[in-house]
Design a protein around this ligand. Structure first.
Ligand SMILES: [Zn+2]
Length: 154
């Protein structure tokens, strides 16, 4: 499976059987791929696998079977949306934070600021709109959460 093309034309490939990342036939670790990516040397066709590689590099692990990665989708053929998946370390609750939530949060924050500047807020106290902290667990309120980016096909 080809994941990306190096700026010098060599393909970055992933072998599902050996779970090896290779660039033009030479085996690379996930960290080495991330270093190349940071140097903007890679032109990706599989952004979803890129996330998987980044996570593997961060954890210092090798890449698992890519086909098991959540949100496997070919960006060339399908539209995708990405969300951040949070897992609460205290109670195990899982929740998602997407673009829509970010937009609503920003609108609420602006509306709250507008209300507080209104000269009549003393006469007509308005309820504060909720600005959600995405890292806070909706179940137990703990901020001790783990996050990862997930990509869905739409
Ligand atoms: Zn929790």
């Amino acid at each position: 499976m080809q994941l990306a093309t190096h700026s010098d034309g060599r393909p970055l490939e992933f072998d599902e059987a050996s779970r090896e990342l290779t660039l033009g036939g030479a085996v690379l670790t996930p960290s080495e791929v991330v270093a190349l990516d940071k140097a903007k040397a890679l032109n990706w066709t599989r952004y979803d696998v890129r996330e998987t590689i980044r996570k593997a590099a961060k954890k210092g692990t090798t890449l698992g079977p890519v086909s098991e990665a959540r949100g496997m989708s070919d960006v060339a053929t399908g539209r995708t949306i990405s969300e951040t998946k949070y897992t609460c370390k205290a109670c195990g609750r899982v929740w998602y934070w997407g673009k829509k939530d970010q937009t609503q949060n920003a609108l609420n924050a602006v509306a709250n600021a507008g209300d507080s500047m209104s000269p009549c807020s003393c006469c007509f106290p308005r309820p504060q709109r909720t600005v959600v902290d995405p890292t806070k667990c909706p179940n137990c309120g703990s901020r001790d959460s783990e996050s990862e980016l997930v990509v869905h096909e739409v």
